[in-house]
Design a protein around this ligand. Structure first.
Ligand code: NAD
Length: 418
C-alpha cells in the first residue's frame, strides 16, 4: 500500500484474482500465475568516461513461460523498482495472450539516469547488463525490446553483445532493432496502427462512423503522433493533441503538418499557429467522439473521470485510467478499449520480427500491416464477444481471455514438480 492506495502490483494481482474467480480457476493455477517464474537481479560495474567505476543495479523478470519464450521491454530509469518490473512482466503475459502470440511476459530494467550519461557510457552499460542477464536471454528463452529510454540502438548493442558471447549472429535475440540488422518493416508505427484498428472496430460496434469522428490525443510521442496521422489519413478529424508542455485545439481539425513542424522546431506542439492552447486536463474534458490517452499511466482517475465526454476511450498508453475510473466509465456508457488489447500492435510486430529473423525472411511493410490488422481485429472481436456474452466490461473481458489462455497452457502441460 502507498498512501492508503494499492500499489500497481497489488492492483494487478487483484485483477488476476477477480478474473480467476469468474473463470473458476483452481487456486493452484492462480497461485502459479500470481508469482513471476524467474527473477534475476544483477549488480555490475561500468567504467564511466572520467575513468571512474560505478556499480549499477538491474533486473530481468520473466513472469510466465507456458505459452512460449518471455517477451518484454528493457527500460533505463532512475526510479525502477523490482515490484514495477514484476507488474509490467505480468502485464506482458496478458498482452501476448490477448492477441494470441506465442510468448510469455517479461520486463527488464537498469536503475540509471540516461539523460546524464554519454552514448559511450550507455553502450558499456548495455553490453555489461546483457552479459550479466545473458544466461536467461535467448531467442527460445527471453527476447527484450525497447521501452522507456531504450531504442533501436540499445537493441543493436544487445544483439551484438549476445552474438559475440555465443560466437555467431543472433538477430532474433531482440526485437525493435534497426532494419539494417534484421528489424522489421512497419515496427515504428505498429502500436499506433493497432490502436487505430481497435478504434475503428469500436466505432463499428458502437454504430457510428470513424470517418468524420472527432479525436483528441494526449501525448504526441511515438504512439500519439502516429495515431494522429493514421486517424487523419483514414478520415477522422483530429481536433486536439498535447505533450508534457500542454495541448492545442482546433474544432475544425488540426493541420498535422503544421503541428509536426512546430514540434520539430520548438520541441513542443504548444503554440502551433491557428490553434487554441489548452491544458492537458482541458484536452481530456473535450467534447469529442474519441479520446486517446497516449502519454503516461494514471491520467484519468476518480478526480477527473466525470469530465470525460468521449464515446470511445482508447488506452494507447499503459494503464492511463485507474481501475475505479475505468469502472465509472463503463457505468457512464463509455466504450473503453483496454491497454492490453489497444496497444498490443507493438508486441505483435515484435513477434513478426522474431519470426522473420528465425526463418531469415524479409516481409514487406504491406505484408506486416495486413498480418497485424488480422491479429488486432480477431483479438478485438474475441474480447468483445466475451464482454457481451458475460455482460462485463472490455477490461475484464480481455483479462478473462488472457488468463484463460495462459491457464489452459499450464493445464495442458501439467504441473512438473520433480
Ligand atoms: P514517447 O516518449 O514517444 O511519447 C510520450 C508523449 O507523452 C510525449 O509527447 C510527452 O511529451 C508526452 N507526455 C509525457 N508526460 C506527459 C504528461 N504528464 N502530460 C501530457 N503529456 C505527457 O512514448 P511512446 O512510445 O509514444 O509511448 C506512449 C505510451 O504508450 C506509454 O505509456 C507507453 O508505455 C505506451 N506504449 C508504447 C508502445 C510503443 O510501441 N511505443 C507500446 C505499448 C505501449
Amino acid at each position: 500500500m502507498l498512501d492508503g492506495k494499492p500499489s500497481k502490483l497489488e492492483s494487478a494481482l487483484k485483477d488476476l484474482d477477480e478474473v480467476s474467480k469468474i473463470l473458476d480457476l483452481p487456486e493452484d493455477i492462480t497461485n502459479i500465475l500470481r508469482a513471476p517464474r524467474r527473477i534475476l537481479a544483477v549488480t555490475f560495474p561500468v567504467k564511466l568516461d572520467d575513468g571512474s567505476i560505478r556499480v549499477f543495479e538491474g533486473f530481468r523478470v520473466q513472469h510466465n513461460l507456458d505459452r512460449g519464450p518471455a517477451k518484454g521491454g528493457l527500460r533505463y530509469h532512475p526510479e525502477i523498482t523490482l515490484d514495477e518490473m514484476k507488474t509490467l512482466a505480468m502485464l506482458m503475459t496478458w498482452k501476448c495472450a490477448v492477441v494470441k502470440i506465442p510468448f510469455g511476459g517479461a520486463k527488464g530494467g537498469v536503475i540509471c539516469d540516461p539523460s546524464k550519461m554519454s552514448m559511450d557510457e550507455l553502450e558499456r552499460l548495455t553490453r555489461r547488463y546483457t552479459t550479466e542477464v545473458g544466461i536467461i536471454l535467448g531467442p527460445e528463452k527471453d527476447i527484450p525490446a525497447p521501452d522507456v529510454n531504450t531504442n533501436p540502438q540499445v537493441m543493436a548493442w544487445i544483439m551484438d553483445t549476445y552474438s559475440m558471447n555465443v560466437g555467431y549472429s543472433v538477430p532474433e535475440v531482440v526485437t525493435g532493432k534497426p532494419t539494417d540488422i534484421g528489424g522489421s518493416e512497419g515496427r515504428f508505427d505498429a502500436t499506433a496502427r493497432g490502436v487505430v484498428t481497435t478504434i475503428e472496430e469500436a466505432c463499428r460496434t458502437s454504430g457510428f462512423k470513424f470517418e468524420g469522428a472527432t479525436v483528441a490525443i494526449q501525448g504526441a510521442g511515438n504512439v500519439g503522433s502516429n495515431v494522429a496521422k493514421l486517424a487523419s489519413d483514414r478520415g477522422a478529424k483530429v481536433v486536439a493533441v498535447s505533450d508534457v508542455m500542454g495541448g492545442i485545439y482546433d474544432p475544425d481539425g488540426l493541420n498535422l503538418w503544421a503541428v509536426a513542424a512546430r514540434a520539430m522546431k520548438t520541441g513542443s506542439v504548444t503554440g502551433t499557429p491557428g490553434c487554441d492552447n489548452i491544458s492537458n486536463e482541458e484536452l481530456l474534458s473535450l467534447d469529442v467522439d474519441i479520446l486517446v490517452p497516449a502519454a503516461m499511466g494514471g491520467a484519468i482517475t476518480m478526480e477527473n473521470v466525470e469530465n470525460i465526454k468521449a464515446k470511445i476511450l482508447a488506452e494507447a498508453a499503459n494503464a492511463p485510467v485507474t481501475h475505479d475510473a475505468e469502472r465509472r466509465l463503463f457505468e457512464k456508457g463509455v466504450f473503453v478499449i483496454p491497454d492490453i488489447l489497444c496497444n498490443a500492435g507493438g508486441v505483435t510486430v515484435s513477434y513478426f520480427e522474431w519470426i522473420q529473423n528465425i526463418q531469415s525472411l524479409l516481409w514487406s511493410e504491406q505484408d506486416v500491416y495486413r498480418r497485424l490488422n488480422d491479429i488486432m481485429v480477431a483479438a478485438f472481436y474475441r474480447v468483445l464477444d466475451i464482454a457481451q456474452t458475460r455482460k462485463i466490461n472490455m477490461r475484464t473481458a480481455s483479462m478473462f481471455l488472457a488468463v484463460e489462455r495462459v491457464s489452459k497452457a499450464i493445464k495442458a502441460r501439467g504441473i512438473y514438480s520433480g
